[in-house]
Design a protein around this ligand. Structure first.
Ligand code: CA
Length: 236
């Protein structure tokens, strides 16, 4: 089979590398392996993978350098990157997301979680490739519909009335559906402001209103997933 998605796994710990590789291979993906930044660049340039799973702690460099390389100087700068991060290291997550990683998975992780993130990132990438940056069009996710031309939102065909700001937040999340967006990325896109405590608070208040209007109960992970201290992701 030549039409399998190629996923580059960059991880210096061989047990994790082999585990991730086995998970991917048994689910119909082709895993390419690298144990250092040097190997990762070689594999990336010669195989042009569809997605990268990246450990941040590499022996010869910080994994963030690889994100910079892919986003900055590689021929395929939009390739989705999922970061493998140590538990509760919020700073690393935010830095890697702001450098352009699509998402992160916290170690230790389960097969179902990793595969869900892989599918979401591949789906998001296809969606962006299809729609490009053209205005207009529609977005649809499990009964949630956004009409970008009319700036209107529908839930199961019923219109939901949002304020301008609420609409801008939801539209921004939908344009990056499946991607984890940091507070600062959303704040910059919606208000053009730097991320400060007051702007995070403002974002959280708006997000609470959006969730209420969409009928999402507290703690429910539907449409909008909140990663505390990091940001938000839209997903089914
Ligand atoms: Ca490591």
């Amino acid at each position: 089979m030549n039409n399998k998605y190629k996923i580059l796994v960059v991880e210096d710990e061989s047990n994790i590398r082999n585990l991730v590789s086995a998970m991917l291979e048994s689910n119909g993906y082709r895993a390419l392996l690298a144990a250092s930044l040097r190997e990762a660049k070689l594999m990336y340039d010669s195989h042009v993978p569809d997605l990268v799973i990246l450990d941040l702690g590499l022996p010869d460099a910080d994994g963030c350098d690889f994100i910079k390389y892919v986003r900055g100087s590689s021929p395929t700068p939009l390739t989705p990157i999922i970061v493998l991060s140590a538990r509760s290291n919020e700073r690393d997550k935010v830095i890697s997301l702001d450098l352009g990683a699509n998402d992160y998975v916290t170690k230790p992780f389960g097969e179902a979680e990793l595969l869900a993130r892989v599918r979401a990132s591949l789906r998001n990438h296809r969606h962006s490739a299809d729609s490009g940056k053209l205005p207009g069009g529609k977005f649809e996710l499990n009964g949630l519909e956004i009409d970008y031309d009319a700036r209107r939102i529908f839930l199961c065909s019923e219109e939901i009335k949002l304020t301008q700001t609420e609409y801008n937040i939801l539209a921004f999340l939908s344009e990056h559906c499946g991607k984890m967006l940091t507070y600062s990325a959303i704040i910059k896109a919606v208000w053009g402001e730097r991320c400060e405590d007051s702007s995070v608070k403002k974002l959280q208040v708006n997000m609470a209103n959006i969730r209420k209007k969409l009928g999402i109960k507290p703690g429910e992970t539907k449409y909008i997933i909140n990663e505390l201290g990091v940001g938000y992701r839209m997903d089914g």
